[in-house]
Design a protein around this ligand. Structure first.
Ligand code: 3BY
Ligand code: FES
Ligand code: FE
Length: 430
């Protein structure tokens, strides 16, 4: 063979695998030797290889909150999202069922839907117009010859479940159990009838912070007094009903509301489950009936068939990516998606009764004011946390066990989940 044709391209794979095994071993070592009750060592918040471990072992293995079903009320409606490297379509089929598909055409792989949301009678790939039904079936592939078998090229499905109007997806080959979560949280959610609500407003923030800093920040209200004047008009900074720092007036309100909700058949007790992967509770607000500037409901028409605006909020946490407040007049759903080692997308959905009329029953600016402000304050806190952690001088610091127990619960779940994944069967070096 002529010499100039003997160009040898070294395969990238062994080198990649070595790096992968190095970070795998390093992460496992750090997990096993880190000081408990302290924030994580720096690589967990900034190293691209550790970010890849998070994607593979946390984001690609767990149920992820994708969005709300009332965002796609009609057959043919869809929205898109990406879980790490997996672009997905969530769509409603003719029979009303909701499905999740990998957003990659079975012909030559083009992305099929590039919009965030829309309605289409069929899902048509823009490249060569292969045409799919909303249940994933390939209906049409032009000029592929008489022997071409469309039944072999349906869209690949991701696992998809709905509960109380929320859509969860999982890209693992085998999804973890969903039914225990459903059985626990559904009774708290159903009275708000979010399946029949509408999205009155959404906001998306791109935060320059690792996804775990976004969740850590959300899991404590230690920072609230210093940063959230709007939110603290209505909520208490103590989110455990037995917190000794709660003042006597609010303590009595907690007892009275629990008795009232028990009588109304509204579940309210705190449930923590699956090693703190999820938590649900109905908590009263400290002041007022809704998280607004004046504490008054932002929406005249209450959710579902509710007649009482003063229902506190159902706080639903589902790790790794969602926290929520379901109130009498409106619900707030928060979705976190990782975009990179130090970049995270946070989307907030404001849900109201589907027949509530904008500018008659609610004003969007008033509805969204408190959490638009709070989200932006939290964005700055997470971004500043990231900048400080990126310093070579950073070392893990102590979480306060009384005021940051929610962060400890999150970090405990995360480190246990990652460690058990990494300690499992390892990829082999070929
Ligand atoms: O209200 C929330 O969603 C969380 C809980 C505690 C602090 N943070 C504002
Ligand atoms: Fe989709 Fe060709 S890649 S039709
Ligand atoms: Fe906050």
């Amino acid at each position: 063979m002529c010499r100039r044709h003997r160009i040898h391209f070294p395969s990238r794979e062994p080198r990649y695998m070595e790096q992968h095994l190095d970070s795998h071993a390093e992460a496992l070592h750090l997990l096993r030797t880190r000081e408990k009750n302290f924030s994580l060592p720096q690589p967990f918040y900034k190293d691209p290889a550790f970010y890849q471990l998070d994607l593979e072992h946390i984001w690609y293995k767990n149920w992820i909150f994708a969005g709300v079903s009332c965002d796609i009320p009609k057959p043919g409606d869809y929205f898109t999202l990406a879980i790490g490297e997996y672009p997905l379509i969530v769509s409603r089929a003719k029979d009303g069922s909701i499905h999740a598909f990998h957003n990659t055409c079975r012909h030559r792989g083009s992305r099929i839907c590039s919009k965030h949301r829309g309605n289409a009678p069929k899902l048509v790939c823009p490249y060569h117009q292969w045409t799919y039904e909303h249940d994933g079936k390939l209906l049409f592939a032009g000029q592929m010859g008489p022997d071409f078998d469309v039944s072999k090229y349906a869209l690949k499905q991701a696992h998809c479940r709905t509960v109380g109007g929320y859509v969860f997806v999982c890209v693992a080959d085998e999804a973890p159990d969903f039914e225990a979560f459903r059985a626990t949280v559904e009774p708290y959610m159903l009275p708000h009838e979010l399946e029949g609500a509408k999205v009155a407003h959404t906001s998306t923030l791109i935060e320059k912070a690792n996804w775990k800093l976004v969740i850590e920040n959300n899991r404590e209200c230690y920072h609230c007094a210093g940063s959230h004047p709007e939110l603290l008009r209505t909520i208490s900074e103590f989110d455990a009903t037995d917190d000794p720092r709660i003042n006597p007036v609010f303590r009595q309100r907690i007892i009275d509301k629990a008795a009232q909700w028990d009588a109304q058949g509204l579940p309210n007790k705190a449930v923590y489950a699956d090693n703190h992967r999820y938590r649900v509770v109905r908590l009263p607000l400290a002041h007022g009936e809704s998280m607004t500037m004046d504490g008054k409901p932002a929406v005249k028409r209450l959710l579902g068939h509710l007649s009482d605006a003063d229902l506190g909020s159902v706080r639903l946490l589902s790790l790794p990516n969602s926290w929520n407040h379901l109130q009498g007049d409106h619900a707030l759903a928060f979705r976190v998606l990782p975009l990179g080692p130090e970049t995270t997308m946070v989307t907030t959905f404001w849900l109201v009764h589907k027949d509530a009329v904008e500018d008659v029953d609610y004003d969007v600016a008033n509805l969204a004011k408190v959490w638009e402000a709070t989200n932006d304050q939290d964005r700055i806190l997470a971004e500043e946390n990231q900048v400080g952690i990126d310093s070579p001088a950073y070392e893990p610091g102590p979480y306060g066990t009384d005021i940051e127990f929610g962060v400890l619960n999150f970090i405990g779940w995360y480190t246990d989940a990652l460690e058990s994944e990494l300690a499992g069967p390892q990829p082999s070096l070929k």
